[in-house]
Ligand binder design. Structure first.
Ligand SMILES: [Zn+2]
Length: 451
């Protein structure tokens, strides 16, 4: 069914009001759950500068963590915590919300290897486990995974949610939805361009069905890519919003215009678009994750030529940056993501810090850049009530660095502590691996004597 212009767009179903005060899973699907028995383990980060991503500037303060939540942010002079608390001295360091990367590919091969190598879901799960370790070691406490192989993205998201592997939270789209021959399926086939990755569907009903399928599989965001027809993108956005999920698009030119008209939530990348589309994005509150640095990597490697059967345009660094500047001037909310294709996973966090520097070059203050990396990203994930800033009641996703990243972004390299879900995954810049604690046998073992 084709929607006419008069047809009201379905706005994102917001479950927060009806679930107020009820514990829910820590992702945008917000499934109610039974409250866990309280253990009340208290940890105090004392003596540091706190950049909370709410105020403009860092201040001397103390962060008190209770179990997996932030219990309080206290004035530096206060000692309002129980005596049994573990107190950690972070004098001279900056305490801030954990970083969020809005565009990763956890399971993609490391480079443009042969499709028969590195392309399987099992390989993707192993590679993703490694990439998640690198990410949490680098201070990331949440990532949004925007296409991957087989069931690997969903499995990684679940293992992370269970804190069964060292990993940031994973908000995954599972698989890109696109029309036959669309982006991520085009020739020449590469390990990331094939049927184990993208879902190719045609017709509005099929697009609606594909959204339901990835929702069923465990997606917490919907990713679509050009090409599509207006009724297909309208059906995808309509269905996703009913399910309470946001939709983002990897698209260019007329497809970006169609997606924005259909009420999509976000556009990835700095791909070509008209000034009229940018104006429409601002009017419709369509956000953007510009991913300038990864395109700079492409340009640095092959001179801007990015030809495929789906993508028929050339890019320059200046074109990409102009799109960014126009979006900023229009007041479009922009999040920070890297798009870890090719060898970009191996460049973590350099590729992310470079992306932040593009924001500064484009007119963001350092504080606003760090807010884009944290609270703005959380908002774009529809998770700003739980993550993205240091405030009482939020989940304890915290990064402590030996330096002042609000004055020099390169200080983000100096990771000391990374806490996710109240768990200290990184201490002294090193991954902490708790020793395996064996479960007891059901009944006592035989005595060590012969009878
Ligand atoms: Zn991507």
């Amino acid at each position: 069914m084709l929607m006419s212009a008069a047809h009201a767009q379905v706005s994102l179903q917001d479950r927060r009001p009806v679930l107020k005060g009820i514990e829910t899973v820590d992702d945008p699907r917000r499934i109610p759950r039974k409250p866990a028995a309280k253990k009340s383990k208290i940890t105090v980060l004392r003596g540091g500068r706190v950049f909370d991503a709410v105020s403009a500037a860092a201040r001397s303060a103390t962060v008190v963590i209770e179990d997996n939540h932030i219990r309080a942010i206290l004035p530096a002079s206060s000692t309002d915590w129980p005596t049994e608390a573990r107190v950690i001295d972070v004098t001279g360091e900056t305490v801030m919300p954990g970083l969020i990367d809005m565009h990763v590919h956890l399971t993609y091969p490391d480079s443009d290897a042969n499709i028969d190598e590195q392309g399987s879901a099992v390989d993707g799960a192993m590679r993703g486990t490694r990439n998640l370790r690198w990410l949490i070691e680098s201070g990331f406490t949440s990532v949004r995974d925007l296409n991957g192989v087989g069931e690997a993205p969903y499995v990684l998201a679940q293992w992370s949610a269970d804190n069964a592997i060292p990993a940031p939270r994973v908000f995954t789209a599972g698989h890109i939805i696109t029309g036959t021959g669309g982006h991520a399926t085009e020739r020449p086939l590469t390990p990331t361009h094939g049927h184990d990755y993208a879902i190719e569907v045609n017709g509005a009903d099929a697009w609606r069905g594909a959204v339901r399928q990835v929702f069923k599989d465990g997606a917490s965001v919907i990713k679509i890519a050009s090409h599509f027809a207006p009724d297909e993108v309208e059906a995808a956005v309509d269905e996703a919003h009913r399910l309470g999920l946001k939709v983002t698009c990897d698209c260019e030119g007329i497809y970006t215009e169609m997606a924005v008209k259909a009420g999509i939530d976000m556009i990835e990348h700095p791909l070509p678009r008209t000034d009229a589309t940018i104006t429409l994005m601002a009017k419709n509150h369509t956000a953007s994750v510009p991913t300038l640095q990864v395109y700079q990597n492409v340009i640095d490697r092959n001179g801007g030529f990015y030809g495929s059967t789906s993508r028929r345009f050339a890019m320059t660094s200046q074109d990409d940056f102009d799109v960014f500047k126009k979006m900023k001037a229009a007041g479009i909310a922009m999040g920070v993501g890297t798009d870890t294709i090719g060898d970009a996973n191996k460049m973590i966090p350099n590729v992310y810090i470079a992306e932040l520097k593009w924001f500064v070059k484009g007119g963001y203050s350092l504080a606003d850049t760090l807010k884009a990396a944290t609270i703005v990203n959380a908002r774009l994930l529809d998770m700003d009530d739980k993550i993205g800033s240091l405030e009482a009641g939020k989940l304890a996703d915290i990064l402590v660095v030996r330096g002042n990243p609000d004055q020099s972004l390169d200080d983000l390299q100096k990771v000391d502590l990374v806490i996710k879900d109240g768990i200290f995954y990184v201490e002294n810049g090193q991954l902490v691996t708790p020793r395996h604690v064996a479960q007891p046998l059901l009944k006592p073992s035989p005595p060590e004597t012969t009878k």
